[in-house]
Write a protein that binds this ligand. Structure first.
Ligand code: PHE
Length: 456
């Protein structure tokens, strides 16, 4: 059952290129900024354990399913889902997987870009020596005054959106490849250096205990949902990013090995970031539950005190910005690719229009840290609400539908033919996990808060 479709967006020459691009998408603010702060907010070890289990039991299987869908459809997620629903003879409503994903990506990018803007701002702050010898009050001051200043936030948000859309306009198969190839390993090495620093000067044992000592009494239903949502967010799952990249993956390349590599690297970066940040948090009397500022306050403190800190600090925020950049292009690529396929606009035109739409929605996030910080819905600011709706609802829901579609709707022979490089035993294991474990896990997590509520 050879797949005769081809893509108009270009195919990556090697499996390695897919690994780099997918890792570039997966490793981003989710690992370095979001993972530490939500771990802090959700009590540490037990939350980390649930997150790791979700990566292993749900994330990897859904990621394989996404690659398979993308490669078989050889087009943007929306068009791929159209082709595949026809192939499977089911109602077109399944195309909604593509649509919901494209919209989720756009919404995520709207706030992702604002946070990436913080990293850009911190490049300049580090380079200008603002953190030299600073104490936690002084670093906190730099962060707080940034959040209080909508104009500065807007400026950086605008710059980051322009950076993102420039790459997307040129086409992601040419895009950031080489830069990511060199800079991501640098980021990893720098994180290891920071762990070394945390061992020397932070409260390493307390930081490690917080991350890895499991205490289930600290885990609420809400925390479990956040952990599941984050497993999807950090692996770029449930919205078509990996599907879009899968469309550019060569036929017959092994999917399982590739996906496990990406998931492993992504998890490693998150854990190392946590091991660098929490020892500093405890040594400097910062609250682990301090929220979105956690990374931006703890690491500059270390840069301000360590030898060569001006250089390392500046480099660090450059690398974080690049990691965010290679993720942000994958957030909008599904939507752009669809507009281009429909011949509604050229690639450049689509990038400009969707960039402007995303930028405009991003204003909500810019303002939710200052002018609109008191405007809340269900007790959440616009930023928190966008984050909750996308990461905790839309991505897991997208993942659930993807698991059901590949596991229950597509013909087994087709699925098997796409995964022809996998040994029979591994294929069967994956297929079972995808059909039973992944959907049930997501459903239970969704239902749990309700069960908890009604059982009193
Ligand atoms: N995985 C990215 C990160 O961790 C964010 C992302 C989510 C990118 C969804 C694409 C799709 O930062």
């Amino acid at each position: 059952m050879e797949n005769a479709r081809s893509t108009i967006h270009g195919v990556w020459s090697k499996r390695l290129t897919f690994i780099l691009a997918a890792t570039g998408s997966a490793v981003g603010l989710g690992n370095i900024w979001k993972f530490p702060y939500i771990t802090g907010e959700n009590g540490g070890g037990a939350f980390v354990l649930v997150y790791l289990v979700c990566i292993a039991a749900v994330g990897i299987s859904v990621m394989m399913a996404e690659v398979l869908l993308g490669r078989r459809g050889r087009s943007s997620p929306v068009t791929a889902m159209q082709t595949l629903t026809k192939e499977s003879n089911v109602h077109g409503v399944w195309t909604g997987i593509g649509w919901m994903g494209a919209i989720a990506g756009l919404l995520i990018l709207s706030y992702y870009s604002v946070i990436a803007g913080w990293a850009l701002h911190f490049i300049v702050q580090s380079a200008s020596g603002a953190f030299e010898g600073a104490d936690s009050a002084a670093v906190g001051q730099v962060f707080d005054s940034l959040l209080a200043d909508p104009q500065t936030l807007l400026g950086w948000h605008t710059l980051f959106m322009v950076m993102t859309m420039t790459v997307v306009a040129r086409g992601v198969t040419q895009g950031l490849g080489r830069a990511v190839e060199i800079l991501m390993p640098c980021l990893f090495v720098l994180l290891i250096i920071m762990v070394g620093y945390a061992v020397k000067l932070g409260n390493f044992s307390e930081g490690l205990a917080f991350l890895f000592k499991v205490d289930f009494s600290k885990l609420s239903a809400g925390s479990v949902l956040t952990a599941v949502g984050h497993a999807f967010f950090t692996l770029s799952l449930g919205m078509g990013a990996i599907m879009a990249y899968g469309a550019y993956m060569p036929d017959h390349a092994p999917v399982g090995k590739t996906v496990v590599t990406v998931a492993f690297l992504d998890t490693l970066v998150a854990l190392v970031a946590g091991m660098a940040i929490f020892p500093l948090v405890f040594a400097n009397g910062i609250e682990p539950s301090a929220g979105p500022g956690l990374m931006f306050v703890s690491l500059p403190l270390a840069f301000g005190q360590m030898p060569g800190g001006l250089f390392f600090g500046t480099l660090f925020f450059v690398l974080v910005s690049v990691a965010a950049w290679s993720s942000s292009i994958s957030l909008i690529e599904p939507f752009v690719a669809w507009v281009v396929e429909k011949k509604l606009l050229s690639r450049v035109g689509a990038s400009v229009v969707l960039g402007i739409v995303t930028w405009t929605i991003g204003l909500l996030t810019v303002l939710s840290f200052n002018e609109m910080s008191d405007h809340k819905l269900f007790g959440l600011t616009a930023f928190d609400l966008l984050d909750f709706i996308t990461a905790n609802l839309m991505l897991p829901l997208g993942g659930l539908f993807i698991a059901i579609f590949v596991g229950w709707i597509m013909k087994r022979e087709i699925v098997r033919a796409e995964l022809d490089a996998e040994p029979e035993g591994l294929f069967n294991l994956w297929y079972t996990v995808l059909r039973y474990i992944a959907p049930v896990a997501v459903l239970v997590v969704f239902a749990y808060p309700l069960i908890e509520k009604f059982s009193g």
